[in-house]
Ligand binder design. Structure first.
Ligand code: AMP
Length: 139
């Protein structure tokens, strides 16, 4: 079955459109975590950021940047979260790559807190870890 964003792109399901070109669609997120919460979506289906072809990923990120800039300039936002979830453990619920652009305001309703809990790293070999990841980078 097609995911909900494929159906929105085809026009089968209504959306509140902000931007569209041949490759990219940007719509208001139905949940409006904060006022202006936007989703930037490639029209060609790919599951997530990691599996998206680089040229399309760059186009999506370009639109995300422009939307963040526009929202900062007209909505009174004092910050923006740009985020994309990859896989269920990371909170991805729609398996079609999308970037959230979430304006942040001083006070007010909505929003969320990102809490990064540090671990005890004393038993970790961090230089080895860095080397392993570095070696696995695709050229
Ligand atoms: P994620 O959890 O990162 O996969 O984000 C999926 C997002 O899609 C959520 O923030 C939902 O609120 C949003 N969403 C789901 N259905 C729709 C829809 N029909 N129109 C707009 N946004 C949607």
């Amino acid at each position: 079955m097609e995911d909900i964003f494929c159906r929105i792109i085809k026009g089968e399901i209504p959306s509140t459109k902000i931007y569209e070109d041949d490759d990219v669609l940007a719509i208001l997120d139905i949940s409006q975590t904060t006022k202006g919460h936007t989703l930037v979506i490639p029209k060609a289906h790919c599951d997530n950021f990691l599996s998206c072809p680089a040229d399309i990923m760059h186009k999506v990120m370009d639109v995300a940047q422009r939307i963040g800039q526009a929202e900062m300039s007209i909505l009174g936002a004092k910050g923006v979260n740009i985020l994309t979830n990859v896989g269920e453990p990371a909170g991805q619920s729609v398996m079609h790559f999308h970037v959230h652009v979430i304006p942040r305001y001083l006070g007010g309703e909505g929003g969320f807190q990102i809490t990064m809990k540090g671990q005890d790293t004393s038993a970790m070999d961090l230089p080895r870890l860095a080397m392993d990841i570095s070696k696995a980078l695709k050229k």
